[in-house]
Design a protein around this ligand. Structure first.
Ligand code: IMP
Ligand code: MG
Length: 174
């Protein structure tokens, strides 16, 4: 990505403030519940790590690793699981934690997949709701930021595995 310009879209301070607000919402809604957070690797690992440290109650954590068939430029809507959940989810409150929703295929697939485990409840917490290219409508229960368009990097989001570790969220400029 040599030569690609990027512009800071969401600062560290704004991310930290919004993560605290989301954690407060979760602490209010799930206090006393048997909550399992399912993070979507790799992009959600930083968001999940920050979020859980702001929660005022104990949770369990698991991860899935998903990838789309067909590569990034022409998504087919087919999603493949390369690492599944390991904790039992049956009868428990489950919250998917994802970095960004774009077309919607990934969260649509994961929601259906986790529903087969028969959780007591199943909701989604997504840091960024990117609306420009949405193909499938998947209800997001907790959203950090709504972004209309662009390709974002940083705070877990990558471009070809680069720029994931940046502490702010940037938009790549053409
Ligand atoms: P979709 O909603 O099925 O299109 O897939 C969302 C996934 O695509 C996310 O989990 C990210 O891994 C990736 N993705 C979508 N938009 C972006 C972006 O702007 N930056 C980095 N990754 C993205
Ligand atoms: Mg992802």
């Amino acid at each position: 990505m040599m030569g690609t310009q990027k512009r800071c879209l969401i600062s560290r301070e704004d991310i930290a403030r919004r993560v605290q607000e989301l954690a407060a919402d979760l602490s209010r809604d799930y206090q006393g519940c048997d909550l399992v957070l399912v993070g979507v690797l790799k992009g959600a690992f930083i968001f999940l790590a920050d979020l859980v440290r702001e929660l005022s109650f104990p949770v369990e954590i698991d991860f899935v690793r998903l990838s789309s068939y067909g590569g990034g430029t022409s998504p087919t809507g087919e999603v493949h699981i390369s690492k599944d959940v390991e904790l039992p989810l049956k009868g428990r409150d489950v919250l998917i934690v994802e970095d960004i929703m774009d077309l919607g295929f990934t969260l649509g697939f994961l929601r259906q997949h986790l529903a087969t485990h028969l959780p007591k409840s199943l909701k989604i917490c997504c840091l960024i709701d990117k609306r420009e290219r949405r193909e499938i409508d998947v209800p997001l229960d907790y959203v950090g930021f709504v972004v209309e368009q662009g390709f974002l990097v940083g705070y877990g989001l990558d471009c070809g595995e680069k720029q994931r570790t940046l502490p702010e969220i940037f938009v790549l400029e053409k």
